[in-house]
Design a protein around this ligand. Sequence first.
Ligand SMILES: Cc1ncc(COP(=O)(O)O)c(C=O)c1O
Length: 483
Amino acid sequence: MDPVMTQTTNENEFARARAAMPGGVNSPVRAFGSVGTTPRFFVSASGPRVTDVEGREYVDLVGSWGPAILGHAHPAVVQAVQDAAAHGLGFGASTPGETELAELIASRVARPGVPVVERAQRDAMPPAHSPVVEPTDAHPPVVERAKRDETPSTHPVERVRLVSTGTEATMTAIRLARGATGRDLVVKFAGHYHGHSDGLLAEAGSGVATLAMPGSAGVPAPIAAQTLVVPYNDLDALREVFALRGAEIAAIIVEAAPANMGIVPPAHGFNAAIADLAHAHGALLILDEVLTGFRVGPAGWYGIDPVPFTPDLITFGKVVGGGLPLAALGGSAALMELLAPLGPVYQAGTLSGNPLAVAAGRATLDHLDADAYARIDRAAAQIADAAASALSEAGVTHVIQRSGNLFSIQFAAEPPTDYETVKAQEAFRYPPFFRAMLDQGVSLPPSVFEAWFVSAAHDDEAVGQIIDALPAAARAAAEATPA
Ligand SMILES: Cc1ncc(COP(=O)(O)O)c(C=O)c1O
């Protein structure tokens, strides 16, 4: 496709945008605030490339922050959206496509049966604390079920609710957990990002980390107090929180494999351990797969975590909407049917299950087969290896952590394991690295706290272009000094 040519510049567009929108953007990280250059205004994208208003083309490693996993404007996805649009943009009523997408999500989120030996070992493990389940009048059966169910299930999604953003998905999952348990408190981990709802902004990753904000103004203190923030990968700290307040905790929410403070993989068995701890206390585990879901594998991180575990609710976004606004939450029928209209937990949306977004999501999932994942994994490994070599060659202290095909650079000697160690890195090396890549036609995430998103369209030519740009960027990082 020919790029859309315009007479303007990125500089002009940014000036005009700032006069019309706060910071010139509709999502903070797009302002390029932490990388010290003018944000690019894009007019078209195709495969692994994006084109800005000046007609300059870049190999893209942002991928619309995840959804463009097949590459930009994948013909089958575009066709599916066009076909859907021709039949009506939305009805405010149910469509067969929504059911098909819900069925697709439920069938993909599965893992092979847990080996009997592993099951026996897990059952023999003493719980971290004796269960402190406060029976609630509201819905005891669900909590009781969660408490009893020590065997990892292989199909944790029996019912799905489609929403429009990841923020809505996590917000709804938390309301559902509170409704199911009759408890108010939520545990989250420092550096994890779950969207911008009031209760989840405390010590959040992604844009909140990029702007070095501790949270957000406008969140009432009593609401902030309902969220307990715990260091990531620290089971002892979590046990302590449960020992003190376990009977009040509705849920733990966790990024399945954190990618919003850069990549910080879960310690081996961490997700299983926190699932056990939550269940031992009658609380639920909300596994946030908005970023990892259908990206790191056909069943998301749930499908590849080396130690099986049972999340109670899973949230999805990004890939599941194929580039249009769609997200979802899923879980057991018993839990999910507490949602209105069957149950007392209210959730609704004018655009929920919009036919265009559903069509994009279905077409994307349909094309995410074993071959597509193999291509993404291969390209991601090539780029990550080349980045490591270039940085080593330039003498830059760094680590590259990976969670499946997601990876990011951290300017640290040891792999960061939590938000504190992530923040301690030499982050000042990233802006010159980023700018050098941009100058050479490679668009990276404009923050050291974000993952690099590789797509199935990153062919040898695109990967080669990235690899060729890395040595100069690594030298720029080597020469960087603290601001
Ligand atoms: C893990 C995770 N959860 C939730 C969200 C929020 O999703 P959205 O931006 O669609 O509201 C994000 C967004 O980056 C995310 O990475």
